[in-house]
Design a protein around this ligand. Sequence first.
Ligand code: ADP
Ligand code: MG
Length: 538
Amino acid sequence: MNGQNKYEILKSYFGYDSFRDGQESLIDGLLEGRDVFGIMPTGAGKSLCYQVPALMFEGITLVISPLISLMKDQVAALNQVGVYAAYLNSSLTQGQYFKALDFAKKGKYKIIYAAPERLLTESFLDFAVHADISFISVDEVHCVSQWGQDFRPSYLKIVEFVERLPKRPIVGAFTATATKEVRDDVMRILKLREPKIVTTGFDRKNLSFFVKHTKDKKTELFKLLREHYDESGIIYCITRKLVEEVYDLLSERGLDVSKYHAGLSDEERRRNQEEFTYDKTHIMVATNAFGMGIDKPDVRFVIHYNMPKNMESYYQEAGRAGRDGEKADCYLLYSPQDVHTNRFFIENNRENEGLSETELANVMEKDRERLKQMTFYCHTKYCYRKFMLNYFGEKADSFCGSCGNCMRQLEAENHQEKLDRHPEYAYSAASAKRPLVKAGEGVRIASGNPELYDRLRLLRNSLAKELQVPAYVVFTDKTLKEMSTYLPLTRDEMLGISGVGQTKYEKFGEAFLDEIRQYKSSHDVPQDKVKAKSKINF
Ligand code: ADP
Ligand code: MG
């Protein structure tokens, strides 16, 4: 054990002061030596649930993850916070692979990410049976299930791999997919041993939902892009052809966009995804093929150019916004034509070939019903968040205060009356675009010093470029906003900023402190503009 407790690890490595909902319970389960099964929405912070215990266990933690790009970014992020981690997958040359495996054998890595296809290969097994593996974490564990669209046959091999090890490690399973079918599959296929199951609510409080009924989607799109100038966002289109069309439209106007759909070569998709992740472009235009591999936490908006086929897809795709917990906006551009297009897809779904007449009729009936619910969502006059949560079987307040409908309702009412009726909501007249935030939840920290914030972003981006890592791996926007709001001037103050741990402080702390000091000396920042940040002890 490295001697630090879970809070110290959270603070010193990751720079965070407290655990989020569900995290501590899962970590405690693992530290007691139990299997765990964590079902939490995107952005809830599932990685930390296995990374914190990994740093406390004696041996090695193996993380099984389905996507190469995911592994690469996660390992880069761990390396930046001072954790010895590596990945073993097909993106490495044979030479690199054996070198990494050799380092692994020598115990150089605390956390190893492996692709499921690797597990039963001779070389990997040879390493694994001789290594001290204390914990296996299976990320995106819904990939074992054939129910979803992300099924990976190689995930079925995980259990055989576990059984080949001389001593069974603790097994943790993590996913954002909550359906009962998937949950049962995970339990059965992975053979979890009386796991501690932790499910958190599926409400993404920092996301605001909007539906725009419009005949002129292009004009609406440009309007939204102007509002989100310079922010990262994804535009989902229903067909490849539309992706190309929207992509061309935006590039012609000089916007920096990437595109992604199944019609592009593997290489082209990889490159385009990387452009977006590394902030070389701001906007990704994609079909729903652009999916699970996106771990970019600072996606500030998702625009659905078309209505998707059901609420499940919508929740998942819109949910790629705001993983960092900061405010983000999800728009759906609706036109009646979208219903027809989706109906056409349902009736001509080639995946359904091979089903019997009655099975096919059943599937189609269900799909039609789901499409109907999706259409109802687009037409509801009431809270979009409530509609969505109820659809997934959760209770919800009838007023979220931040979706398109709730905002309209509020605008129609008198300001004072609003506050009387909904005292839990604060109204900030300053930002007409997103006037309402629920106290304490998913609040977009308004930087007190936007100019400094921009300077810190420039510094962050140039460091990221130098290190060839995504910008968020250096510091997230949220961390920079805190810095520009609290203006830390000393080491201790800097370590009090959320997202600044020991290693990151050592690597980047001084550079950012310098920038802040310079800014402060050349600007007369009145003390009351500098918010006090309570000191964190650890
Ligand atoms: P998930 O896998 O559940 O979608 P991630 O593990 O990618 O979510 O985490 C999403 C973001 O939340 C990351 O930027 C991560 O650093 C941040 N995060 C996780 N836990 C905490 C915490 N306790 N406090 C602050 N930020 C956190
Ligand atoms: Mg994750």
